[in-house]
Design a protein around this ligand. Structure first.
Ligand code: UDP
Ligand code: MN
Length: 461
């Protein structure tokens, strides 16, 4: 394709940006919002159901404006005049209605209509009344290109995305979460790299929307990675990527489920592994697969999508009344990914939680293994050395020993020790020291790692 500058244009919708700049009200321009306290009980109740301030969301316009926090070069950038059309796929399970609607409005408001073929809302068998007929009515009344696809039973986010993808008709698929807000001119920077190379998968920078206040905060952008228990983590951008902060940079691991991919390429890769249940592991599966089988993943700093990032919320997805084999979907998913993609390195995952992994059956992997050999993919070792080299340096499979471990004792009163039941979400406290000071109960079992950071010994997710 000829990619000279005559072939490019300015895709900004300046009229819409001016309109947005004039908006006033709660949370406009992505500012921090707050309720007056008279509805505290309801606020708390809805918070517990969503792990974000759902009541506050109802007071913020579904059309609210967001700040333009892109690197300044992005504001002048031209992109190809001829870009492929997109189908946007949003799966949701019991998403709070105003949050879901804000996601859709922001996408419709900030996507050039000539590039948008459709938005498919995949309802993963939600039981919230507000997401049933009245949602269909709202959609019919407000949008032309949005449709709701209802699944007949709970499929989990991976199979729900696959259902959405099967129903999509545009050349490019864009996957989104159901609690997002698109930024100005977010789409062209994702589409151009795909138009130039169909095997490029490209993610926006996922900015943070605070779950208590809905404040929109710029995230600088990092290279994604993982620890060996398959906990997503990140590492700094490479020095050469920092020279041009606006330029798409290679990313070893996508952060979650927000990205654009050429539809034919998605299917060539077999889509997601449909044996992955409910939640978790899918970004590892897809990222390993893309990199190992000849594709590339980039993050585009000129494309911004805000996302409500929550503290651990997996309890919202627990299935009731399901056989115990289906309950631990997270570890089962990880084992599937490891068995198919991680070669001998899978042992480092299993070592970190032996009792759990020993008894998990990953299910039938014939299809996934056949795909890997059909696509003649590289080894996991190749991926670690060529793509995720900096990630493994920081998080090596065999961790150097900790400097120290055991309780942290109070000098003033040596009977008291620092404890935490869930250090990611709750403040630490003091309580009576465990009898064994070197190998105490896990809530008091701290380690000073070789990174010289202090952590509870077992990650508590
Ligand atoms: N989701 C779904 N079915 C499920 C679990 C999740 O459709 O069984 C949807 C959820 O509503 C959200 C997306 O999948 O739009 C990703 O889930 P979540 O936001 O909880 O993941 P996170 O972004 O926190 O990793
Ligand atoms: Mn999410």
């Amino acid at each position: 394709m000829d990619s000279s500058n005559e072939q490019r244009k300015d895709w900004h919708d300046y009229k819409a940006m001016e309109r947005d700049a004039k908006r006033e009200g709660v949370g406009e321009n992505g500012t921090r919002a707050k309720l007056d306290g008279s509805t505290r009980d309801l606020e708390n109740k809805l918070f517990a159901k969503n792990i974000f301030n759902a009541l506050l969301s109802d007071y913020i316009s579904v059309n609210r404006s967001v700040p333009d926090i892109r690197p300044k070069e992005c504001k002048k950038k031209l992109y190809l005049k001829k870009l492929p059309l997109v189908s946007i796929i949003i799966c949701f399970f019991n998403e709070h209605r105003s949050v879901l609607l804000r996601s859709v409005h922001s996408l419709v408001n900030r996507t050039p209509p000539e590039l948008l073929k459709e938005i498919i809302l995949v309802d993963d068998f939600s039981d919230l009344e507000a997401l049933h007929e009245s949602l269909d009515e709202y959609v019919a009344l407000h949008f032309k290109k949005v449709r709701v696809l209802r699944l007949a039973q709970r499929a989990g986010l991976i199979r729900a995305r696959m259902e959405g993808a099967r129903n999509a008709t545009a050349e490019v698929l864009v996957f989104m979460d159901s609690h997002v807000e698109a930024g100005y001119n977010w789409l062209p920077p994702l589409l151009e790299p795909i138009a130039l190379n169909n095997r490029t998968v490209i993610c926006p920078i996922i900015d943070r929307i605070f779950y208590h206040t809905f404040r929109y905060k710029r995230v600088f952008g990092v290279r994604g990675g993982f620890m060996w228990d398959l906990y997503y983590t990140n590492v700094p951008r490479l020095p050469e990527d920092m020279k041009f902060p606006w330029k798409p940079f290679k990313n070893p691991m996508m952060m979650g489920g927000i990205f654009a991919i050429f539809s034919n390429y998605f299917w060539e890769l077999g889509g997601y592994d449909e044996g992955l249940d409910i939640y978790g592991g899918e970004q590892f599966e897809l990222s390993f697969k893309i990199w190992m089988c000849g594709g590339e993943i980039y993050d585009a700093p000129c494309s911004r999508v805000g996302h409500i990032q929550r503290v651990p919320h997996l309890h919202l997805y627990k299935r009731n009344n399901s056989p115990s084999s289906q309950k631990d979907f997270l570890h089962k998913n990880y084992k599937r990914v490891a068995e198919v993609w991680m070669d001998d390195y899978k042992k480092y995952l299993y070592q970190r939680n032996k009792t759990v992994y020993d008894r998990i059956d990953p299910g039938d992997l014939t299809k996934q293994r056949a795909l890997r050999s059909k696509l003649k993919c590289n080894s996991f070792r190749w991926y670690l050395h060529n793509v995720a080299f900096d990630v493994v340096n920081r998080y090596p499979p065999i961790e150097p020993p900790d400097y120290a471990h055991g309780v942290i004792q109070n000098l003033g009163n040596p009977k008291l020790c620092v404890f935490s039941v869930d250090f990611r979400t709750k403040p630490v406290g003091l309580n009576n020291c465990d009898g064994n000071l070197e190998h105490p109960h896990y809530s008091q079992y701290w380690k000073l790692t070789w990174h010289r950071d202090l952590r509870l010994r077992e990650p508590s997710y």
